[in-house]
Design a binder for this molecule. Structure first.
Ligand code: KG4
Ligand code: ZN
Length: 339
């Protein structure tokens, strides 16, 4: 079963061909980062326009690299939620057109489910059930992955996502967008114990997260230093920030795994590229005897191969869409897509 998959939920236009959910035949990603950098964040209108320009060449390239023509693929999968609505609509409508023209089934894919599935591409032995931490620019969730297509969210952020907090703190410290990767590099040079930053708890919800207080604490550090005319060591701030984010994410994930008796832990989403998070989680899992699965760096960020993988399992569960499929900006990962 070969699936042509498309992804356009944010600032990457991507297409891939994936066989049986596990083998990547091709994967092409056109990033718009350079364009959004000058505005310090993603400009939705620009993202939609760029997707319109890039989606045809990117799809052609993915088919070419797989050595296939459109009639030779078995289905078309597309990210239809959640994300920037204008950006999602480009991928969804293009996928509908392809499916109609080539008379192929159309498979709708939830973006977060895709991030989780990136791990199926890297780890052939990995199968649900497992406990997953998804940390990306838009989401921070602790999810029970019950089957390939059944999910239960047991913890979520109450305000900013982990990646969003990274990007906002980075901006405040003067790093370019997207700041997560720059903060990660700076953290490697700094002292993680230089500043004590808050790790807020959500009363009565032990697995929920909150990052807006942490972001505010970094902003206050910068403003205080500016007012006093002092130079702030941004490597130390980044290292202290990273230590706090990792503590917040890992302590909840490990506590949830112990309580719910999971011994398989999976990491997913753009922030899973973070070296501090990968190191801390590996140590925590080793200490507790948990098996840990992480995507390779090439599959941490947005790509279409992960959509092709999840698309295979949605197809197996007979979750197809008709031509009335719409894009949805916000949709919980455990909710079914209306199609
Ligand atoms: O999953 P993703 O590519 O897009 C969304 O679905 O949101 O995640 C992007 C996020 C950005 O906030 C980016 O700064 C963050 O992932 N990120 C990182 C690192 N690499 C990417 N955050 C911390 N450390 C990194 N190494
Ligand atoms: Zn993503």
């Amino acid at each position: 079963m070969r699936i042509l998959a498309l992804e356009s939920s944010c600032d990457e236009t991507a297409a891939a061909v994936v066989e049986d959910g596990r083998r990547v035949l091709s994967s092409v990603v056109a990033s718009q980062i350079e364009e959004h950098k000058k505005y310090g964040g993603v400009v939705p209108e620009i993202a939609s326009r760029r997707h319109c320009e890039d989606i045809v060449p990117v799809t052609r390239q993915a088919l070419e690299q797989a050595g296939l023509s459109l009639p030779q693929v078995d289905a078309v999968a597309v990210t239809c939620a959640p994300g920037l609505i204008g950006a999602l609509l480009v991928g969804v409508n293009f996928a509908k057109g392809l499916a109609l023209a080539a008379d192929k089934p159309l498979i709708p894919v939830h973006h977060i489910r895709g991030h989780i599935a990136a791990n199926y591409l890297a780890h052939p032995e990995l199968k649900p059930p497992f406990l997953c931490l998804v940390a990306s620019g838009g989401h921070s969730h602790i999810i029970e992955v019950l089957t390939y297509t059944r999910f239960r969210v047991i913890g979520r952020t109450r305000d900013d996502a982990a990646g969003e907090a990274y990007d906002k703190a980075a901006r405040c410290l003067g790093f370019p967008y997207p700041g997560g990767v720059h903060m990660d590099a700076a953290a490697g040079r700094g002292n993680p114990n230089a500043f004590r930053l808050p790790v807020p708890k959500v009363e009565g919800h032990p697995y929920d997260l909150s990052f807006s207080g942490l972001k505010t604490a970094v902003i206050n550090l910068v403003h205080n230093a500016q007012q006093k005319g002092e130079e702030l060591n941004r490597d130390d701030v980044a290292a202290s920030f990273q230590k706090t984010v990792c503590e917040s994410l890992c302590s909840r994930l490990i506590a949830a795994a112990k309580e719910l008796r999971y011994d398989k832990i999976v990491l997913a989403g753009g922030v899973s590229a973070n070296s501090g998070l990968r190191g801390r989680l590996a140590a925590d899992c080793r200490m507790n005897g948990f098996a840990l699965y992480m995507p390779p760096l090439s599959l941490c960020g947005d790509n279409a191969a992960m959509v092709g993988s999840q698309g295979f399992y949605e197809w197996k569960a007979e979750k197809f869409a008709g031509l009335s499929l719409n894009a949805v900006a916000s949709l919980p990962v455990d909710q079914e897509i209306e199609c």
